[in-house]
Design a protein around this ligand. Structure first.
Ligand SMILES: Cc1ncc(COP(=O)(O)O)c(C=O)c1O
Length: 475
């Protein structure tokens, strides 16, 4: 099936673009030795985890459920950060996560014993949980001295030194497919603390600025002390949102200035997400230099946990025009909704790009440029080559909205170069990120199907949803 044949509404993941993004991220890992983790809060399309796991080091989570997803479906390094954990979740988190990052000294103190107990247990048992098919000679992961499953049953989990010398260390296959069972692996959980470097680089967007005054995110330098240091192995910060490496540089200067002495005394530094590494204008060179600087100055293992950069521009939301309502402006009623299927449009807010149409602002900019060009051509006496500035411009402006009851469920105003008709299909771009993970069935609006498009443009449906999915989360 091709994308124009799919039933709407549907999210379609673009595997070609996903792979291109992953290649860039992988190159950062290769060049710097840093480890990159998928922030599942942004993209949890676990159907693609086998692909993603070939390029980056693992997953990060916002709590138990995402942590379980990463552990079950990716099975590589699995980290978690939450502003506060629930008591009943902590044991399981300690079992399945490699790094647990706390937001406050009180949470760290409360749960450190749970992590320590998990480590003592793991040491006693010698192994812990890991996807069942994890052994092959494809890639090394984790403790290279582990035995295979049958050997574990026969002889215990670890190879002896002589076995390692004779046969070489066992290798691990990181490709974990949906539905794979889990097996055990050596596991040590490492505790970290989130810091707040009090360095805002995001202008006026306080809603997504964890360094805004009064922020609940992270421990400030004035509250950091030796007791915290004695309980942790690593430090985490997350301050960026869709930003370039220059803002990371500014942030790192603040981190070094305020937390430099502590950095010398921990093992790892996690620089959070918000790095728009796969955007065209992103300064990858600078990122690599910054990572290397931190790694070498403080002898640290460096982690990055981007979400957007993994699946940036790697998805579409395909929708159909159900009706057109005229009330001074022509509004297209779609079978997709901002409120239900792309809540960030209303929350951030932002206007998603649309294939074969321009946002009104972009259209106006383009018009201004054309007029400027036209005027300058008329002013000059030279015989300039003909261009399109004086060709007739056709444009059709529409407001794109949905079939929910919310008057403000408006995606934005767009300009097309052709008239749109009922039954036409529209393709929103950049719809893999913060879309599927945030959608809902407000008004009983169906959830879009999830599909994947391969490098040849062939589309296969991965998951469809129906009435039972709506009913199933209510009672
Ligand atoms: C702690 C943390 N890590 C990683 C991310 C991922 O950020 P992004 O998707 O912007 O790269 C976020 C996003 O809010 C976050 O809060």
């Amino acid at each position: 099936m091709k994308i124009h044949e799919i039933e709407t509404p549907s999210y379609v993941i673009d595997e070609k673009k996903l792979r291109e993004n992953l290649e860039i991220l992988h190159s950062v890992e290769e060049r710097t030795g840093a480890k990159i983790l998928l922030a599942q809060k942004c993209f949890s399309g676990f159907y693609e985890y086998p692909l993603i796991s070939k390029y980056i080091s693992g997953t990060t989570a916002s709590g138990l459920y995402e942590a379980r997803l990463g552990w079950e479906e990716m099975g590589k390094e699995n980290h978690v950060f939450s502003p506060a954990y629930r008591e009943k979740d902590m044991e399981e988190i300690a079992e399945i996560c490699d790094h647990v990052i706390f937001n406050s000294k009180s949470q760290l103190k409360k749960y450190l014993p749970v992590l320590q107990a998990a480590n003592t247990r793991a040491e006693a048992e010698g192994y812990n949980l890991f996807p069942e098919n994890a052994w092959s000679d494809a890639e090394v992961w984790g403790n290279p001295e582990m035995r295979s499953d049958t050997e574990v049953a026969e002889k215990g989990p670890l190879q002896t030194d002589t076995e390692v010398a004779e046969k070489g260390p066992l290798q691990m296959n990181t490709e974990v497919n949906p539905g794979d069972k889990v097996r055990k692996r050596p596991h040590k959980v490492s505790a970290g603390i989130r810091i707040n470097p009090e360095c805002s680089t995001q202008g006026n967007h306080a809603i997504y600025d964890p360094c805004a005054p009064g922020s609940r995110m992270g421990v400030r330098a004035c509250d950091f002390d030796g007791e915290i240091l004695s309980m942790i192995e690593g430090i985490h910060f997350h301050t960026l949102c869709e930003q370039n490496a220059d803002d990371l540089e500014t942030t790192l200067q603040a981190v070094e200035e305020k937390f430099g002495p502590y950095l010398h005394q921990v093992k790892w530094l996690n620089m959070g997400g918000g790095h728009h590494i796969t955007r065209e204008d992103y300064d990858v060179e600078k990122l690599c230099a910054l990572i290397t600087h931190m790694k070498e100055t403080y002898n640290l293992e460096i982690y990055l946990e981007p979400g957007e950069a993994v699946a940036l521009n790697a998805g579409y939301l395909v929708t159909t025009v159900l009706d057109i309502v005229e009330n001074d402006i022509k509004t297209l009623i779609l079978d997709a909704s901002a409120a239900c299927h792309m809540p960030d449009v209303l929350e951030m807010p932002y206007q998603p790009p649309l294939m074969d149409a321009r946002k009104v602002d972009e259209f106006l900019e383009d018009m201004k440029a054309r007029i400027k060009k036209l005027v300058s051509t008329e002013d000059s006496s030279s015989d300039e080559a003909e261009d399109d500035t004086d060709s007739e411009i056709k444009y059709y402006r529409y407001r794109l909205s949905s079939n929910t009851c919310l008057a403000g469920d408006v995606i934005g105003d767009y300009v097309f170069d052709h008239e749109v008709k009922v039954g036409d299909r529209l393709y929103f771009r950049d719809m893999a990120i913060y879309s599927m993970v945030k959608n809902n069935t407000f008004n009983g609006i169906p959830l879009p199907s999830i599909a994947a498009m391969d490098e040849n443009g062939d589309v296969r449906i991965v998951k469809e949803f129906g009435y039972e999915d709506f009913k199933g989360r209510l009672s």
